[in-house]
Design a protein around this ligand. Sequence first.
Ligand code: PLP
Length: 443
Amino acid sequence: MSIAADPTAGQAVKAADRAHVFHSWSAQGLIDPLAVAGAEGSYFWDYDGRKYLDFSSQLVNTNIGHQHPKVVAAIQQQAATLCTFAPAFAIDVRSEAARLVAELTPGDLDKIFFTNGGAEANENAIRMARLHTGRQKVLSTYRSYHGATANAIALTGDPRRWPNETGTSGVVHFWGPYAYRSNFHADSEAQECERALAHLEQVIAFEGPQTVAAVILETVVGTAGILVPPAGYLAGVREICDRHGIVFILDEVMAGFGRTGEWFAADHWDVTPDLLTFAKGVNSGYVPLGGVAISERIAATFAERPYPGGLTYSGHPLACASAVATINAMREEQIVEHAREIGERVLGPGLRELAERHPVIGEVRGMGVFWALELVRDRDTREPLVPYNAAGPANQPMAELAAACKQRGLWPFVNMNRLHVVPPCTVSEAEAKEGLAILDEVL
Ligand code: PLP
């Protein structure tokens, strides 16, 4: 890791950014983006030579860490061979990437439709479900994020949907399980599961089962709270969908490719959806890539009938080459096993130990390298440290917490009243402990 300070270059990068880059999800006049000079493994650094331990994985994306040499080399080699080619052609790296993803996904999800990211994967999954069933409505949970394109943001339950709402999306929201703040007045995980399933059954009954094309869930809810489903919930949803002829979609854009300590979060509960969407970890975002893994039954719908979707860059050779290299490296270096082990042995126990000492922590939850600390004003009442969707002064405690982490060289992922601990799957024990020690000090 060679980190040379060059503040003048940093100021130039920042000035150019401020002059012409229009940033996503931001008030352009109120932001002050850090100018990043480089990254390697679990760290990145700025032009002042300040190094940060990346406990955000850049939007929970770089599962394999920054600048993995095998993936970088594969992209370089593919660029020298064939940079781009239209999706209609057979390309060696595209079929190899599809073969590898099909091999890893559960059950009969053996056909892979490539996209450029997660939202587009969800767009296509619901398009497939609607065409397969001939029905229009899609059910998704309030506590969810499914992306920012038109249908994906309509599926999203969290407040990022509000400014994008058209009111005519064909999406109906329901409550998923969340035992810590139960909507069902449940006092155990088992009761939460049972009542959440009864609630979904009731929503479907009142919507009219014959109008519902799909139910889409994040297997483990990511941005909206790292909510691990109770045992039996996913199997219960699978059974409800089967009974009503509804397509079951699992969104593994964030939870997939090792983050939970299995290749897919669905593997923890042995559940196979009809469609599984992925992105991020498939190639750690080195080149934009996502996709839909499709069951035989749904693929058969489009055997004789054209599938009406696809973009110019779908299955881009550079992206596919990086996915092949990423998956192979993750297998060779046993990175998924490592993520599980570091979660069980270091992160989980370390975060629970923090909770024993810091009453501001209301709940610790997660698995693998996918954890959240939910912060509260009062452990008994569970009043959140900041109100739901707080901004400006109301969000001050969380903003101060994020700033204090950054001052100490830890880049956190902070959302609402939660601090998400989501380092790369490759994070070492020493790095995980370094991050925990900073969190301890900051809390
Ligand atoms: N689905 C989930 C669960 C996500 O976490 C995200 C992004 O964070 C998306 C979909 C959207 O992915 P993208 O930003 O690649 O469109």
